[in-house]
Design a protein around this ligand. Structure first.
Ligand code: AMP
Length: 215
């Protein structure tokens, strides 16, 4: 199954994608995580991405598409993938269709996780991420058992540099300008499944699984 997670930053895409990956036994491919790994390793890709990420802007399409192409060619993607944070522009959407077609694959569904802007700013500003395994916590709705420490692997939790309020607002603006048109695109393709992100993490996951079963 090849799935795309769509939705504004902070809607809970990453958390839901990680849970879904375990449920379905397929990899969770998050473009933001790939950029952050490249940044940590100080590769050329990471250094190119940094200035865009710091401002909450999108990394240029050709750089992003090349990175995803490389990831999709890995054998663990053979049985399916959950794409999180990619595609984010119409250009990337077209490239994705072509990349998958080269491998005889198609998109099965685009899951659109929705939330109000106030809720997004509130959630992102209280989001903490594990430096080691990328698990996501929220100090309000999903705090770790021990302050500053990951429940899963014991790694150190940190607040992403782009989760500060000013950058958060810019990321939401960029989302509305460049990524929200993808919702109509996938609706027109008959692939869109809309999920409201209210009611807690497990409740949202149950709604997603139910929607996928009846898709
Ligand atoms: P995320 O973790 O998905 O919120 O992504 C963090 C940052 O990485 C974004 O604000 C962008 O700067 C960059 N990024 C991630 N995915 C993409 C993408 N598909 N296209 C362009 N930039 C991206």
């Amino acid at each position: 199954m090849n799935l795309i997670m769509l939705g504004p930053p902070g809607a809970g895409k990453g958390t839901q994608a990680a849970m879904l990956a375990v449920q379905l036994g397929i990899p969770h491919v998050a473009s933001g995580d790939l950029f952050r790994e490249a940044l940590k390793a100080e590769t050329e890709l990471g250094l190119t991405a940094k200035s865009y990420m710091d401002r909450g802007e999108l990394v240029p399409d050709e750089v992003t598409i090349a990175m995803i192409r490389e990831r999709l060619l890995k054998s663990d993607c053979d049985k399916g993938i959950i794409l999180d944070g990619f595609p984010r522009t119409i250009e990337q959407t077209k490239a994705l269709t072509e990349l998958l077609a080269e491998q005889g694959k198609t998109i099965d569904a685009a899951l659109f996780i929705d939330a109000s802007e106030d809720e997004l700013v509130r959630r992102l500003s209280s989001r903490w991420t594990c430096r080691n395994c990328q698990a996501i916590y929220n100090l309000i709705s999903n705090p770790p058992r021990e302050k500053g420490k990951c429940d899963v692997c014991g790694g150190e939790l940190y607040q992403r540099a782009d989760d500060v309020p000013e950058t958060v607002r810019n990321r939401i603006r960029v989302y509305w300008d460049q990524t929200s048109p993808l919702i109509d695109y996938y609706r027109d393709e008959g692939l869109l499944i809309t999920i409201e992100s209210e009611g807690g993490i497990d409740h949202v996951q149950a709604k997603i699984l139910e929607a996928l079963q009846s898709a």
